[in-house]
Design a binder for this molecule. Structure first.
Ligand SMILES: [Zn+2]
Length: 145
């Protein structure tokens, strides 16, 4: 099984811009799991959020924003998350061991420059500012909207 990360690993598939306010300060997208153990801040603006129907993503109900690894800061208590790698093991979804929210996925490839954060962990006002694209990860590996 192909992973979403393999598909979304190229910059051309993931146009991002770095968010800078008129004051020159970096704008951050902040998200956290329900209990607050796992927090992330993102300084890249994904072009879109991806709603994937593959066997894993449809269960998670995630809205993925694919961003460069170096634009994301994740904080959590040591040993407090679980990682799950499916199929070809190119990525692992990371879930809070306390409240069960999946906050992001990481590349398991040595040179993986992209990861995704789950924008469902952000305020709904943040999500409403993005275009949401439906991706057919279950079958055709194409956007279907
Ligand atoms: Zn939690």
């Amino acid at each position: 099984m192909l992973s979403a990360l393999r598909y979304f690993a190229r910059e051309s598939d993931n146009p991002c811009t770095i968010a800078v306010l008129s004051t020159g300060v970096l704008k951050m997208y902040d998200g956290k799991c329900h209990c607050g153990n796992v927090c992330f801040s993102v300084t890249a603006i994904p072009e879109k959020l991806v709603d994937c129907n593959c066997s894993l993503c449809r269960r998670l109900g995630a809205l993925w924003g694919h961003v460069p690894v170096n634009s994301v800061t994740v904080t959590c208590a040591p040993g407090s998350t679980t990682k799950y790698a499916q199929g070809d093991k190119t990525l692992a979804v990371v879930t809070c061991g306390h409240c069960g929210c999946t906050t992001h996925y990481e590349s398991l490839q040595k040179d993986g420059e992209y990861m995704a954060v789950n924008f469902r962990m952000c305020d709904p006002d943040v999500v409403s500012g993005f275009t949401i694209r439906k991706f057919d990860g279950a079958d055709s590996w194409a956007f279907i909207d």
